[in-house]
Design a protein around this ligand. Sequence first.
Ligand code: SF4
Length: 510
Amino acid sequence: MAFRMISVGQKVVKFNRYRHQQGSRFPGAAFTHPSSRSYYHSNEALKPSEPEPEPELINADGSYPFHLYSKSQIVNIFSRYAPQLDHRPFVAAAEVFPMRVNNYVVENLIDWSNVPHDPIFKLVFPQPEMLLPEQLDRVRSSRTRLSPPQRQKLAEEIRATLNPHPAGQKEENVPMLDGISVEGMQHKYRETVLFFPMEGQFCHSFCTYCFRWAQFTSVGSDQQFKSKDQEALKHYLASHPFVKDLLFTGGDPMVMNSRTFARYVTPLLNNPETQHLQTIRIGTKSLAYWPYRYTHDSDAKALLNMFERIVNSGKHLSIQAHFSHPKELQTPQVQEAMKLIQMTGAVIRCQSPLIRHVNDSAETWSTMWNLQTRLGAIPYYMFVERDTGARDYFSVPLAKAYEIFNGAYAKLAGTARTVRGPSMSAGPGKIGLVGISTIHGEKVFVLKFLQARNPKWLGETFFAKFDPQANWLNDLKPAFGEKEFFFEPEYNDTSKNYPGSSGQRTYQCS
Ligand code: SF4
C-alpha cells in the first residue's frame, strides 16, 4: 500500500467513474465471496472476479490507490460532496484535532446526503462542536490575524486544556528487562503483554474520539509508545512464562507491511522459549477503514499467509477489530476481507467505544452485534469513552451506557451474547457496569472487575452510589457510606510507591 497525500483530483474521479459504471453505490459485483480455503493461495486468489475492473482504476500491482486527505483538503472534499456545508468551522476544528481520512471512507462509508449528521462523517471529520464556542471563535479568527507559528501555538494551548495525557498513560505498565525499562511495551495484566511496533503507530484514518489523539499531534508525540526491538519482545516473552497473550497495538499495526509484521512475529512461532504464548492478537481498525488491506494491497496475500502460519504454529490468532458503526460492516469490501481472514483460521473479535453522535443507540449496537455474528465474528467489548480530548462532546453517561447496552443485548440471540460492557479501561483494571440496582433503599451502580491489575481483584463486585451524570470511575463515590472502594488503598499505594508494570510484579509474586 502506497500512502499518498493528494488533493481531490483526477485519480479519485477515475476511481469513482468505475463505481458509477456499476450502477450502484459500491463496486460490489467486483467482490465475490470465496468458497474454498484455497482461494487466496491461487494466483487468481485476491483478484476480483467478474466484471474485471478497468485497468486504469487500480495500480499496476493490482492494489487499489490509497489516498489520504488531511485538513487542507476539507474545502475540496466539501465542495465535491457537500457543497451546502460551510467548511470553515470544520477546518478550524482540524487545526486542533488530528485529521486523516482516506478515499475508501469518503467514497464508501459516508452518506453525504446526511451530513453533518452522518455517524461516519462525525467519526472521521473533526467537528466544530468538539471545541468550546470561544475556542472555536479564537481559532477561526486566528486564520486572518495570526502567523502559522502563532496559530500552531494557539492550537497547542487549546489541546493542553483537553487532558491530552490522562493519568498514567505513559508511566504505568512499562516493564523492566535486565534492569532497563522496555520501550514500546506495556504489561498491566499478568497474562497479557501489549507491544507497540514502531511502524504501526498511525492509522488508515483517524477517529475523532481517539483516546490516543494527542499522540498524533505536537502536544503528545513524545508520549508515543513504540519499539522496533523484536529481540527485546522475544526475550521478554521468553522470560515471563505466565504471559499467554500478546497484543500488537498502535495506532494500527495493520498499516505495517507484511514483511515488517513477519519480522516481529516469526521469532515467536515454533520456538520452545515462547511455547507458553497461546494467543497473538492484533488490534486494528483496518477492516473498517481500509479492507483492501486484505484483498487488494500488494502484500495482502503475504499478510494472510502470515496469519495462516501463526495459526498453523499452534497459536490462536485473534483480530481485535474496531467497528464503531454497522455501516462499516455492510460494504462488500469489508465482508470479503473478513472472509479471507477467517479462512486463515484467525478469529475476528469486535470492539468499540460507545460514542455520542456516532453509535449512542441500542438499535445501532444490536444491528452491529447481530451483523458481526452473522459474518462469523465475535462481539467482544463495548467500552466507555475515556477521559481525554473532546470528551464533553462524545461521552455518554454511565447510566445511559448501561441502558443502551442492555437494550441492545436484549435483542441478541444467545450466540451473540458474547459481548461484555459497558466497560471502563481504568487504572485499576477493566471495570464493567453490570447492573443498576436498589439495595437497602440505596440506588447503586453494580460494578465488576473484568480484568484486574491485581489478579486477586478479578471478578470482584463492588458498589457505587448511582449518579445519572457520572461518566467514568473517577466520578463515582462508594455506596453504603463506605469511604473508599475496596481496591483503592492498595492501588494508590502501588501507583505511588511501586511504579512500573503491575503485570510483571504480580507475575513475580505468583
Ligand atoms: S483506529 Fe484506534 S488508534 Fe487509530 S485513530 Fe481510531 S481509535 Fe485511535
